[in-house]
Ligand binder design. Structure first.
Ligand code: HEM
Length: 510
């Protein structure tokens, strides 16, 4: 083909390559120039490179510090900045209601494209990735009841099986320095298995990342963060069932396979045993739903829901737990206060052997520590992008054209000194307790830890149960100290902000 073209136009190979290169360079430069001058966006401040190309966002994603970068950018350029040819970041919580609280008016942008799963040879949208308002509504409402608070309380006996196991593992290692951050990941994976289909994977028992599942989950985050900038590429990469099929055969032990295979085995077991007691796990709910109406919940949809439960829960819960323990240990005064609250409640006979969720909810300092750590370290580090609807929007007096990706990150709004006070950069749980309701509401309006609106976190109740019960039970039993040679942890943002180097020493309290 190439040689025919050469013959026709009479060029040598080298000359032809130069022509192709020049042609592509000119096209790319022209499209960059168009991007730069995009009406209404060109007057917005922001980093120079971002005006031309999406590669700026890829660059800060790969650098791994976008959670910090967005803070710096807003400090430098103000509340509305241009972060891409067609992307804007907002740094003022006053604009949260416009972007996130208008039902489905502002649809999710394509930043989540890379997070679809291939199930039985078919690439499927899920609750997190769906950008079609009607499809998302059906998906979300079909499982909403299971994620409700009352339904989540049925899961409590499963927590009470897993948390004592975690405590026992900590007992075995008491007095030695351990990578507590890793342990939280292993605990979270095992717990999620129990809540999903009553099976633990054995991460805690083996004290290792089985099949490299947690590491591979992180690689998926990196893939998602980059492909989110070039969503059209996804269908040729991990959104391509043929490619995924080949990879699955070469790499049998990949984590999604591992979860799927364990889930299929658990489904078979469930069907065989036909349990009549209310087990409370997600699989039971989905199977029962399917029995009532298999058009809403077919076999693939069951697996889709199980996978999103895992992807939604494992890393987010462990990241939040790491943040809470880190800030408590690094601010010893707060650790002592929390121990005192737990001991006082214990002395009054208010606590069960394994702290119940309801008991934990009645401990104001515990709840304040959780909220404050999630303020200091929101799990998601990049803005949750939405698309400006038809007709455009006026934000802070600035017209933003329709089709623009627009987003806000909690890493900016949750450190706003005008709202949280001059000490907003410090962990101080008391800020949630010592003020009146009006100030709490004011601070809550800046909080994006679980997102807001119709795309906010559906798993918030599960998460609050994990955090309340786990933190309460560990702090109740152990003293903890920082045992890393390094003074600080390391944080890397690939959409989620993961921490490494959380080395601690736990000592059983007498
Ligand atoms: C501390 C733990 C957690 C944090 C901080 C967290 C955070 C978030 C945030 C910020 C969003 C909104 C993203 C956006 O607007 O684009 C979200 C959505 C979501 N989360 Fe969580 N999450 C946590 C735990 C969980 C758990 C335990 C589950 C499942 C059991 C879960 C499942 C989901 C799902 C399915 C969505 C998508 C909802 C939708 O688009 O309708 N999350 N989460």
């Amino acid at each position: 083909m190439l040689s025919t073209v050469q013959e026709i136009i009479g060029l040598r190979a080298a000359q032809l390559y130069i022509v192709i290169f020049v042609f592509i360079t000119v096209c790319y430069s022209v499209s960059c120039l168009f991007s730069y001058f995009r009406p209404h966006l060109r007057q917005l401040p922001g980093p120079f490179l971002a005006r031309f190309t999406r590669l700026y966002k890829v660059y800060i994603s790969l650098k791994g510090d976008s959670h910090i970068e967005y803070q710096k950018l807003h400090d430098k350029y103000g509340p509305i900045i241009r972060t891409g040819p067609n992307a804007v970041s907002i740094g003022d919580a006053a604009m949260i209601p416009e972007v996130y609280l208008q039902g489905s008016l502002y649809q999710k942008s394509s930043y989540i494209t890379g997070f679809t799963f291939t199930i039985d040879g078919q690439s499927m949208e899920n609750i997190f990735t769906s950008r079609d308002a009607a499809q998302h509504k059906i998906m979300r409402s079909s499982v909403a009841a299971k994620y409700s608070l009352s339904s989540m309380l049925q899961l409590e006996p499963l927590f009470d099986k897993c948390i004592p196991l975690f405590v026992a593992h900590m007992d075995k290692r008491a007095g030695t320095a351990i990578d507590f951050g890793e342990w939280l990941s292993w605990f979270s994976f095992d717990l999620t298995g129990l809540l999903s289909f009553q099976e633990m994977f054995g991460f805690m028992d083996q004290a290792r990342d089985i099949n490299g599942a947690i590491g591979a989950g992180w690689a998926t985050m990196t893939y998602g963060a980059i492909v989110g900038q070039f969503p059209a590429a996804h269908k040729y990469l991990f959104g391509n069932p043929t490619l995924v099929g080949i990879l699955d055969r070469i790499w049998e032990k990949n984590p999604i396979n591992m979860i799927q295979q364990t889930a299929y085995a658990a489904m078979k077991k469930y069907d065989l045993e036909k349990p009549t007691n209310m087990r409370g796990d997600l699989l039971e709910y989905l199977r029962q739903k399917q029995l009532k109406d298999s058009t809403i919940m077919d076999e693939r949809e069951i697996m889709n829901n199980i996978l999103i439960f895992f992807i939604g829960a494992v890393d987010t819960n462990s990241t939040a737990l790491r943040a809470i323990f880190y800030y408590l240990v690094k601010t010893p005064r707060t650790y002592v206060t929390l121990v005192q609250e737990l001991q006082d409640a214990d002395a009054k006979g208010l606590l069960s052997d394994v702290l119940s969720f309801q008991e934990g909810q009645k401990l104001p300092y515990l709840q304040a520590c959780i909220k404050e750590a999630m303020r200091m370290h929101p799990t998601v580090g990049s803005p949750f992008d939405r698309v400006v609807p038809k007709g455009g929007a006026v934000l802070n007096g600035q017209f933003i054209p329709e089709g623009t990706d627009i987003g806000i990150t909690g890493w900016v709004t949750q450190r706003d000194k005008a709202v949280f006070g001059a000490d907003a950069d410090f962990f101080r749980p008391e800020r949630w307790i010592e003020v009146d309701e009006m100030q709490v509401r004011r601070m809550d309006k800046n909080m994006l830890a679980f997102g807001l609106g119709n795309r906010s976190c559906i798993g918030k109740h599960v998460a609050m149960m994990v955090l309340t019960k786990t933190v309460g039970q560990i702090v109740r039993n152990f003293d903890m100290e920082w045992a890393s040679e390094k003074e600080e942890w390391d944080t890397t943002c690939r959409m989620q902000v993961r921490q490494t180097g959380v080395v601690m020493r736990l000592t059983r309290r007498g």
